[in-house]
Design a protein around this ligand. Structure first.
Ligand code: B3K
Ligand code: ZN
Length: 855
C-alpha cells in the first residue's frame, strides 16, 4: 500500500551542491506587529557560479518588493514557485533587498516568527527562517548579521552584541558568521535574572535569563547552571564564550526543549523555571543538562556548523555526548551512564527495531524535522563514546583540539570529523564509519570456553545486525567490548580492558588463570548493542553483588529482572534468586542511594516489550503489565520491613535542595514507596502526598495514587492548588494519563481532552496528555484499538495547526508491527485513516507513510 501524500519528494545526501553565491553580510530590519510584521532584508552577495539566485520562501510570506542594487525588479526578473524564489542576478558583488509582510499571530506551527503569550519569538532550525524572509536557508550559507528591531515592547533582543537601543528601536550585531537557522529575535515584556561571567582570557560576559514578570524567583537554577556550563567547557574542552552577552529567554509555546541560537538561546519554559514547590528533581536535572547542551552548541554547532542537514549528528551527537559528560561531572558518572542507557534502550533501540530505523547519518529525508531522533542524538552520542574508548582519553583530546582548530568557522561533515581523529591518532576509521551509515542495533553474542588444564579462558564473540528499511546486509563493524574478569570472591582478576572486535566472529584468549573467572562484559555499556550470553540467575546475582563496574552491576540486576519477568509472563512464579538479590541491594547502606534506586527499579513495560521483540517474539501488553505488577507486589511482600526502613531512613531534614545527593536519597525513598504502594492500597502515598513540601515527592505520590486507582481527592486538590501554574498543570494532565490503570487510560484521556484547561495547541499540554497516554504501554496498546483511534484523531487535528508536533507524537505508532494481528489491524486502520486525511502535512505524511509501509 502506498497512498500518495503531497510533497513527498526526498532530498538526498548525494545531491549536495555548494551554493553558487557567497553571502557576505545580512542586514534585517523588522517592524513588529502581531498581524502585519514588515521584514526588510538586505543581502550582500557575490556570484561564484552560474545560474539564478535561488532563495527559499515560506508559503505565508507576502512578498512586497525585490530590488538589486537599489533597482526594483519587475515580475519578469523573478519567479516564485512553491517555496522557492528564483531571481536572475548579476555577476560580481551586488545587494539584494526584499520587503515582505508576515503574520506572527496566525503562526500556530511555532516555526519562524510567532507569538507565545504576547511574546514575539522565533524558531528557525531547521528551515524556519524562510518563513521570515526569502533567504538561502541552508546551513552552509553563513554571514554576519545586523538586525534592527522596531517595536513598543520593552525588551527587544537578537543575536550577538547590542549596538543601540532607544525609542522603540534596538540594533544588534552578530560578528560571527552564522547560518539562518541560528537567527533569533525576541520581543516582549520580560524581566531579566542577571549574572556575569569572566572568561579565562578575561572577556566580561553579561548573562541574562529572561522570563515573564513574576517568574523571576524561578530562574535562579537556570542561571547557575549556565555559569557552571561556561566554566566546565573552558576547563574540559578549552572552549571560551565569544560575545559580550549571553541571553536565555523562556517561552511557554515551544516545539521542543530549547534552541541554541547564537548568543540568544530560546527555551521551553519547562527547562528554565523551577522552584521546589513546582518542579521535580528530574526537572532540575534536565534544566541543568539542557542549559549546558545549548550552551555547548556555541562551539559544537555554531562556531562549527553542519554543511547540510544530513550531518545533523555532527553537532547533535557531539553536543549530547558533551552534555552527558557535564552531568556525569556535576552529579554521579555511574548514575548518569545508567540513566542514559535506560533511555537509549527505551527510545533508540525501539526506533532501530521498527519502520523508522535510519542511520546516525541518514542519506535521504522528506522533512528534515522528522530526523531529530533518538538515533541522531543518542546513538550519535554513543558513537562518539565508542570513538573515545578506541582512541583513549589522550587521543580524544588531541582530536578535539584539532577539530576546533581546523574547522572553526566551517560548515563541516562527518568525513571532516573522522579525518581529525585519523590525523590526530593515526588510526584508520574506514570500518568505524559504518556506525554512521548502517542502521540497526547489532546483536553481540558471547560464548565462554574454559580449559581448566591450560588455565585458559576463550571468549568467542559473534556479531550480526538485523535488516532495517532499505538496508538488508550489514557487514561487521568495529565494536569496542570492555570486559573485566572477577574471581569467585569478587576480586578483580583482570581489570577493565577494551577488546576490539572487527570480524563477524572473533575469539580472545585469557591465559594463566588459576580458576575459572566470572566475566563482566560490556562494562560501561561500551557499545550500543544487544548483548546475548548464557548466564543463569546465580551468575547474574553474583555480578549484581560483586561487579566492580557500576554499569555492569546494575545491568546484571536488570537482566535478572528481565529474565524473571519473561518467565512470569510464561506463567512461572517470581524467581527467588532475584527477590533475594533485590533484598541485598536494598539493605546495602554503603552504596550510593541514587545507584541503589536505579537497581531497585523494575524495567519499564516498554523496555520489556523491546526485549521480547528483539528475540523475535510477540509482546502481550496486558501480560507484561500484570507480570510487572505481580513482581513488584512479590518484592514488596518479601521485603516490606526493609522497604519501610529505607523509606524512613532516606527522609531528608531541612529545606529542599536540588543537588544530586539529596535527589538520590529522594529517588531511593520513592522507589521503596512505589513498591509498598502495590500492597498498601495507596496508604503510604496518601500520607506522603499530604505531608511533603516538595513537588518531587508530591508528583510521585500522586502518580502512585493514580496507578492504585485511589487518587480522586488528590487529583482534585492538586488541581485547585496549582491550576494557575501552567507547568504544574502539565504534570497534572500527564500523571493522570501515564499512570492510569490500563483499562481506564483511554477513558481518562478522553475526559481530560474535554477539560477546559486542555489548551491543545500548546505543545507542552498536548505532549502531557497525548504523550502521557502513548507512554502508558498497556493503556495505549489496548486490544480493542481505542488507544490507536484516540491518537489518530488527535494527530489529524494537531496536524492542521502544528505539523511538527503531530509528526513527533506519531512515533507512538512506530512499534505497531511487533504486536498481535488484532492489534495490528486496529493500528493499520488508524494509520490508514490518517493517510486518507486531505492536506496532510509533509511532516506527518512522511512519518505515517514510513510507519505504515512497514507491512
Ligand atoms: N537544535 C535544536 C533542535 C532543533 C529541532 C528542530 N526541529 C535543539 C538542540 O538540539 O539543542
Ligand atoms: Zn542540540
Amino acid at each position: 500500500m502506498n497512498q500518495p501524500v503531497r510533497h513527498q519528494t526526498p532530498t538526498l545526501l548525494s545531491d549536495y551542491r555548494p551554493y553558487p553565491f557567497t553571502l557576505r553580510q545580512t542586514r534585517l530590519d523588522v517592524r513588529l506587529d502581531p498581524k502585519e510584521t514588515v521584514v526588510l532584508a538586505e543581502l550582500d552577495l557575490t556570484r561564484r557560479d552560474t545560474g539564478d539566485l535561488v532563495l527559499d520562501i515560506g508559503a505565508g510570506v507576502d512578498l512586497r518588493s525585490i530590488s538589486i542594487d537599489g533597482r526594483k525588479l519587475s515580475s519578469a526578473d523573478y519567479r516564485r514557485e512553491e517555496e522557492v524564489l528564483s531571481i536572475s542576478a548579476p555577476d560580481g558583488d551586488f545587494t539584494l533587498s526584499t520587503e515582505v509582510v508576515i503574520d506572527p499571530s496566525a503562526n500556530t506551527a511555532f516555526e519562524g516568527l510567532y507569538l507565545s503569550n504576547g511574546i514575539f519569538c522565533t524558531q528557525c532550525e531547521a528551515e524556519g527562517f524562510r518563513h521570515i524572509t526569502p533567504y538561502p536557508d541552508r546551513p552552509d550559507v553563513m554571514a554576519p548579521f545586523e538586525v534592527t528591531i522596531r517595536s513598543d515592547l520593552p525588551v527587544l533582543l537578537s543575536n550577538g552584541n547590542p549596538v543601540s537601543s532607544a525609542d522603540g528601536v534596538a540594533v544588534w550585531h552578530d560578528p560571527w558568521p552564522k547560518p539562518a537557522y541560528l537567527f533569533a529575535l525576541v520581543a516582549g515584556d520580560l524581566r531579566a535574572v542577571s549574572g556575569d561571567f569572566t572568561t579565562k582570557s578575561g572577556r566580561h560576559v553579561d548573562l541574562n535569563v529572561w522570563v515573564r514578570p513574576g517568574d523571576e524567583p524561578r530562574a535562579d537554577y537556570a542561571l547557575d547552571s549556565l555559569i557552571r556550563s561556561m566554566k566546565w567547557d573552558e576547563d574540559t574542552y578549552g572552549r571560551e564564550y565569544d560575545l559580550d552577552v549571553f541571553n536565555i529567554v523562556a517561552v511557554d509555546d515551544f516545539n521542543m526543549g530549547a534552541m541554541e541560537n547564537k548568543g540568544l538561546n530560546i527555551f521551553n519554559s519547562k527547562l528554565v523555571l523551577a522552584t521546589p514547590e513546582t518542579a521535580t528533581d528530574n526537572d532540575y536535572e534536565r534544566i541543568e543538562g539542557v542549559i549546558a547542551h545549548e550552551y555547548f552548541h556555541n562551539w559544537t554547532g555554531n562556531r562549527i556548523t553542519c554543511r547540510d542537514w544530513f550531518q545533523l549528528c555532527l553537532k547533535e551527537g557531539l553536543t549530547v555526548f558533551r552534555d552527558q559528560q557535564f552531568t556525569a561531572d556535576m552529579r554521579s558518572a555511574a548514575v548518569k551512564r545508567i540513566q542514559d542507557v535506560r533511555t537509549l534502550r527505551a527510545r533508540q533501540f525501539r526506533e532501530d527495531q521498527g519502520p523508522l530505523a535510519h542511520p546516525v547519518r541518514p542519506e535521504s529525508y522528506v522533512e528534515i524535522n522528522n530526523f531529530y531522533t533518538a538515533t541522531v542524538y543518542e546513538k550519535g552520542a554513543e558513537v562518539i563514546g565508542m570513538l573515545k574508548r578506541l582512541v583513549g582519553e589522550e587521543g580524544y583530546a588531541k582530536a578535539l583540539d584539532l577539530y576546533f582548530d581546523r574547522h572553526d568557522g566551517d560548515a563541516a561533515t562527518i568525513e571532516d570529523w573522522l579525518k581529525v581523529f585519523e590525523d590526530a591518532t593515526g588510526r584508520d576509521l574506514t570500518q568505524f564509519k559504518r556506525w554512521y551509515s548502517d542502521a540497526g542495533t547489532p546483536e553481540l553474542t558471547m560464548a565462554e570456553h574454559w580449559d581448566g588444564d591450560a588455565g585458559r579462558l576463550r571468549l568467542e564473540f559473534t556479531q550480526s545486525t538485523p535488516p532495517t528499511p532499505g538496508q538488508d546486509e550489514k557487514p561487521p563493524r568495529v565494536i569496542p567490548v570492555e570486559i573485566g574478569l572477577l574471581s569467585h570472591n569478587g576480586d578483580e582478576v583482570l581489570p577493565s580492558t577494551v577488546l576490539e572486535m572487527t570480524e563477524a566472529t572473533q575469539s580472545f584468549n585469557f591465559d594463566n588463570l588459576s580458576s575459572r573467572p566470572v566475566v563482566s562484559v560490556l562494562r560501561g555499556f561500551s557499545a550500543p548493542v544487544v548483548l546475548k550470553r548464557d548466564i543463569d540467575s546465580a551468575g547474574l546475582a553474583f555480578l549484581l553483588a560483586h561487579d566492580t563496574d557500576p554499569f555492569a552491576r546494575w545491568e546484571a540486576g536488570r537482566q535478572l529482572a528481565r529474565q524473571t519477568l519473561r518467565a512470569m509472563i510464561g506463567g512461572q512464579r517470581p524467581d527467588s534468586e532475584y527477590i533475594d538479590a533485590f533484598g541485598r541491594i536494598l539493605a546495602d547502606g554503603d552504596a550510593d542511594p541514587a545507584f541503589r534506586a536505579l537497581c531497585l527499579e523494575l524495567p519499564s513495560e516498554e523496555e520489556i516489550a523491546v526485549a521480547i521483540a528483539a528475540e523475535g517474539a510477540t509482546p502481550d501488553p496486558d501480560a507484561i503489565h500484570t507480570a510487572r505488577e505481580d513482581l513488584a507486589a512479590a518484592i514488596a511482600n518479601a521485603h516490606e520491613g526493609d522497604l519501610k526502613q529505607v523509606f524512613n531512613d532516606m527522609k531528608l531534614s531541612g529545606a529542599y535542595r536540588p543537588d544530586a545527593e539529596s535527589a538520590g536519597k529522594r529517588s531511593l525513598r520513592l522507589a521503596a514507596l512505589s513498591l509498598l504502594n502495590r500492597i498498601d492500597g495507596g496508604a503510604g502515598a496518601a500520607d506522603l502526598y499530604a505531608s511533603t513540601d516538595n513537588m518531587t515527592e508530591r508528583a510521585a505520590a500522586l502518580s502512585m495514587l493514580v496507578s492504585a486507582g485511589v487518587a480522586e481527592s488528590q487529583i482534585h486538590s492538586f488541581y485547585t492548588e496549582f491550576r494557575h501554574i501552567r507547568l504544574v498543570m502539565d504534570m497534572w494532565f500527564m500523571i493522570q494519563t501515564i499512570s492510569a490503570e490500563p483499562d481506564r487510560a483511554v477513558a481518562v484521556a478522553q475526559e481530560l481532552a474535554a477539560h477546559s484547561d486542555f489548551d491543545w495547541k500548546n505543545p507542552n499540554r498536548f505532549r502531557a496528555l497525548i504523550g502521557g497516554l502513548s507512554a502508558n504501554h498497556a493503556g495505549f496498546h489496548r486490544a480493542d484499538g481505542a488507544g490507536y483511534a484516540f491518537l489518530a484523531d488527535w494527530l489529524i487535528r494537531m496536524d492542521g495547526a502544528n505539523p511538527q508536533i503531530a509528526a513527533r507524537m506519531s512515533t507512538a505508532f512506530e512499534s505497531w508491527t511487533r504486536y498481535d494481528p488484532t492489534r495490528q489491524s486496529h493500528a493499520k486502520a488508524a494509520l490508514d485513516r490518517i493517510l486518507e486525511t486531505p492536506n496532510l502535512s509533509k511532516n506527518l505524511g512522511e512519518m505515517i507513510t514510513r510507519i505504515r509501509n512497514a507491512s
